[in-house]
Design a protein around this ligand. Structure first.
Ligand SMILES: [Zn+2]
Length: 360
């Protein structure tokens, strides 16, 4: 039983090990690659960090065109991604893109968010939130992870689905478009009024701005930085859980960066506040836009100076040190107490990299 679990861990880590083999060859290999004109090793390494879900697909956001949305809308190649109450429309795990004159667009709001260009063609996010499905189940919409899917009669092959439920099945491009659409549209819903004078502001610049006619104020979509940290001591990693999480679910500690604070200071403060552990050296590893509703997760690694836990019950329900072997077993789904981290979230990505010894 144990041997088969170990085999599964080895199988699981295979793609990472291939990267390891490459890195073990070190600088000689790097110099050879440069000489041959193949991608330099630092680009190969960068790719690892960008394989995180929502890690970016190199979308051409074409910010310089946001001032002339009418011309973009008139382009016959223009497409729109229908979004209903934060849920993008999918067809067989791909984001649906419809021509702007498609019949489903009759339920779309006039203001569309300009997401960027694909092969030169403008792509918008269209808000269909005003549409009310016949069989709407309000209760499931309020769930932490909304399992319901809605089908619009004008596009019967597609369904509106919660991003968190489907994010690992999306291509990097579709994930970037969906995350961007959700974050920007969510910002418009919660920022209708000018923060300076209180008057109602207006959608502008393809959705990337709100303008206030009363005081001439301009407002921009916000992104809130959050640190999430892989705190290790020797062979163990620090994980914690919040009240209400499914039994056995633990994840890396995380918290919002405060004004006037550096990333490193936020990591040290949060870990000390939540678990009472002092952290020494901190390094940045990878980031992940997390549009629930507007976070940018900054994945870091930190060295714990000691292992004594002093948990703040207001912040977290529990915290514990988990060995590499136990975490590897949890990732295979065979740990008696610990559930694997949720796929798609950066915690899963960081723990996976740690298990494979690929944090650099
Ligand atoms: Zn104003």
């Amino acid at each position: 039983m144990f041997r088969s679990a170990v085999r599964r861990v080895q199988e699981y880590l295979k793609p990472w090990r291939n990267f390891n083999e490459k890195s073990d060859e070190g600088h000689t290999k790097y110099r050879e690659e440069i000489a041959l004109g193949s991608p330099p090793w630092h680009l190969v390494k960068m790719k690892i960090a960008e394989t995180v879900t929502f890690g970016g697909s190199g979308l051409d956001r074409a910010a310089e065109l946001r001032g002339d949305v009418q011309t973009l809308k008139a382009d016959p190649r223009a497409r729109a991604v229908p979004v209903w109450r934060g849920k993008p429309m999918l067809e067989e795990d791909a984001l649906v893109r419809v021509p702007l004159d498609h019949s489903v667009m009759q339920d779309a709001a006039t203001d569309m968010v300009f997401l960027g260009r694909e092969d030169g063609a403008p792509v918008f996010a269209a808000d269909l939130s005003a549409w009310v499905p016949d069989d709407l189940d309000d209760a499931s919409l309020d769930a932490f992870l909304d399992p319901s899917e809605q089908q619009h009669p004008a596009y019967p092959n597609g369904v509106f689905a919660e991003i968190r439920a489907i994010m690992t099945r999306l291509s990097p491009r579709d994930a970037e478009l969906a995350a961007t659409a959700k974050a920007v549209m969510g910002w418009h819903v919660t920022h209708r009024f000018c923060a300076r004078c209180g008057a109602e502001s207006k959608f502008a610049m393809g959705g990337w701005q709100r303008d206030c006619a009363a005081c001439d104020g301009h407002h921009f979509p916000r992104t809130d930085p959050v640190v999430i940290m892989l705190i290790t001591h020797g062979n163990s990693v620090l994980v914690g859980r919040s009240p209400g999480w499914p039994e056995g679910m633990y994840s890396l500690l995380a918290g919002f960066i405060e004004p006037g604070e550096t990333i490193e200071a936020a990591v040290r403060r949060e870990v000390f506040e939540e678990a009472g552990v002092r952290v020494g050296h901190v390094t940045y590893l990878a980031s992940q836009p997390w549009p629930f509703p507007a976070s940018l997760m900054l994945g870091c690694a930190g060295d714990a100076l000691d292992t004594t836990l002093n948990i703040d019950p207001v912040e977290i329900e529990d915290a514990m040190w988990v060995t590499r072997e136990d975490m590897a077993l949890a990732f295979t789904g065979n740990h008696p107490k610990l559930l694997p981290a949720r796929k798609g979230a950066i915690a899963h990505f960081l723990l996976e990299a740690w298990l494979a010894d690929r944090l650099d």
